[in-house]
Design a protein around this ligand. Sequence first.
Ligand code: ATP
Ligand code: MG
Length: 384
Amino acid sequence: MRKVIVVRYAEIGVKGKNRSHFEEILKKNIEMVTGIKPERKWGRIYVDFDWDVDSPEIFGKIFGIQNYSPAFIVELDFEKIKEAAYVLVRKEVESGVKTFKVNAKRPNKKFPMGIYDINSSLGAYILKSFPELKVDVHSPDFIIGVEIRDEGAVVYSQKISGPGGLPVGVEGKALLLLSGGIDSPVAGWYMMRRGIAISTLSFISPPYTGKETIDKLKRLVEKLKEYSSGREIKAYVSPLTSLLEFLKDNAPQKLLLVLQRRSMIRIASRFAKSKRLKALITGESIGQVASQTLDNMSTINEASNILMLKPLLGFDKTEIVDKAKEIGTYEISIEKHLDVCSMFTPKHPATKAKLEIVKEVEEKLKDGIERFEDEAFYSIERIV
Ligand code: ATP
Ligand code: MG
């Protein structure tokens, strides 16, 4: 009997040409995570996987998987189907279940037995083999699924929910602006779930930020990598100290925050384009802090010449915190660290920085800003 994981994915929304692209990327991701080359058959993916030996939990983090089942694939022979069901039911009985039902499907119409026949004959066989069990068609403790397909009969007793979403990579790659805070790692997670592979860029301000900041960023990236379906996440840092000092010494204090952010966005857009990344991702959420009023956000956003993805815009802080805890970034994010801008951030930043005024200041300070943005851009370094 062949032991496999049957991977099912939602087909709604995945149409036409996109469909085979989606399936190919999902197959590739499964192979990168498991090291096993999967096989695709009629809207299913089979992975030869000994689920008695290795935990199938790793499939639970591969985006694009709707649900999956540890299963046997056997020949189209009712005796073989019975054998497979016996092994599965025995396992279930060991865990203390009392009731079951059989649920057969028969896409392969050449099989001599009909659905009703399979359900009742297999049910009768199980009842005879395991007298402690009862049939409950409405809310059974477990269901023996039998799918009669061209490639054989697939027999399973569990359907485990996957994480949904789209396979990482199917939408290409974008640049996550990763601070050491709670929000940006969560933003990266949500975009990976929609099929976007990520690289990260973090602005640091040495010597005010040191080795601990780099170490923290590395650990955040490592955590995010658990969700990247085996895909590499390249992490970069850009030292911003000279620019921040220049702005602090020369710009109106009220506008500092917005000016700093506009510079970050310009450097990041330029870097993203140089690496052929399609968009920037940030952890902004409307109204959360001074830089995130609708007015300031639009003034900051204007500095970008590339698509900006902001998956957390509509979330409350508590929701973001809950998600950060769930994915495991929260504990790392709350470690004490020096944020790049904290020592450069004014106490009372403007909450409605007018674009025309900000642009006037930038025009006046043009030489310095360009020079220090260049410096920050050319000093970008890879840390992972
Ligand atoms: P976070 O919790 O992600 O730090 P935040 O609530 O502190 O976000 P802001 O400080 O306004 O909000 O930052 C908004 C977004 O800008 C961040 O989510 C992140 O994507 C980006 N960002 C802020 N600071 C940095 C930085 N030092 N390096 C890279 N990106 C940054
Ligand atoms: Mg922050």
